[in-house]
Design a binder for this molecule. Sequence first.
Ligand code: BES
Ligand code: MN
Ligand code: ZN
Length: 509
Amino acid sequence: MNKPNRLTVELSRALPPETSSAEAVAVGVFADEPHLPGAEILTASLLHACEQLVRGGEFKGEEDTSLLLRVAAGEEGETSGVARRLLLMGLGAHADFDADALRRAAGMCVREARDGHVSALHFVVPSEGLPVAPGMVRALAEGAHLGLYENDFYQTGDEGKETLERLNVVTSRGGDELGLELERARVVAESANWARRLADEPGASLPPREFARRAAEMAEEFGLTVESLDAGEIRALGLGGLAGIGQGSDEEPALIVLRYEPVGSSPEDELWAFVGKGITFDTGGISIKHGLDMYEMKSDMAGGAAVLGALRAAAQLRPRRRLAAIVPAAENMPSEKAIKPGDIVRTFAGFTLEVVDTDAEGRVVLADGIAYARRLGASRIVDLATLTGSIIVALGDHRAGLFANDDAWAAAVESAAARAGEPVWRMPVSDDYKKRIESPIADFKNYGGRPDATSAALLLSKFAGDTPWVHLDMAGPSWHTDPQPHAPQGATGWGVRTLVELMFGDSDA
Ligand code: BES
Ligand code: MN
Ligand code: ZN
């Protein structure tokens, strides 16, 4: 049931003189001139074969396209039928090519190679005669590790399935620092895949306490500190939002808390808190969802998984930052005990909150998660949440919405997200919208008549207070509704890469 991918990635300066039929050479092709970057790495016969295929129009180099084939590769004058396997990958137009395009192309290539029974892939790095930027090699390796992820943990009978075992990154234009990039890419992508796997788990296999157990197991493996709270502690401490949303389920809620302390840090050093929504299944509660709207809701803890995944990476990459990951985890269920529309909860921050719609549960549990982050002494907060359908209507699945109460902190997160290839779009936090969160009977209400992402963010901002805070509504990019060339249908692990970029950014915002 547990089939992790262990891809070995190595670096070399030249192609091996021969490749077996279980190996292939991956060559990038641009859609416009010059079509073949990095061609100096190829042998004369491989270059000739590539040129012929491109000139003949067999392969146009468009993004998201690839072609795996066998070419005759005897060197000039040889008549023997030496064959090489070649994997052409489309890189799109030069003008649109960047690290993210390479990450996607690499993901597509490893999937294509695996499906074509290739066990070792020699990947010629597109270089156009220039030194290869470290970030490009990192993106390439990340793409490869991410690309081999499959949600096949519950498929039986293919234990001995062939897979791509080795990726050889071939470039004559890189320095020794590229080796470090490969290692960092492995850690980051494996952590994203760890988060992804949790988000792909069916609701029944990952109730809050099991989510907490998996977090603790990971923390022990990598040396993070666990400070989680159980249902009794949640109630005793007064996290009424989390307790209220969790009360309808037989599965008790949990507040998962992991901490990372760099060597030599002191309790006075700044603490950054990453808060992630951890609804392990969102039925909507008494305000129940209908039909297919509910299926995806097994991944309503993707934000929680991402903040934990970010600490998993931190434990290995060791940034000089104190970090905490906080995940209010609950199952949102209708039952005789469930919270009802109109009920009022007393949150950890002390504000009372009228729960007008039990399907707007994310903001209720996050209110407590954010307040708890402040209680731990966080000087900066980022929350990640699959919070609203409305953000998907606004931004689609390519960008997450970014809401903030502090411009410098917003800029730091936005820039980290751009570097990570997980783009975000800034949205407003403004009291212009306050009517939607004002309650006639409590301090606030959780729903104001429209399911908009903006009033959800405004409500959260009241709990962040004057602590610099960024909210990422990641309902769109957390999930692929359809299979992609570089990824299967399902969870994406979105957010882990952004948080890792952020913790290494030199920003003191
Ligand atoms: N988890 C959902 C948001 C969501 C929807 C995530 C689709 C991913 C895909 C959230 O708890 C929710 O139900 N939001 C409602 C809020 C409404 C009832 C105010 C929504 O967006 O419709
Ligand atoms: Mn909901
Ligand atoms: Zn939800």
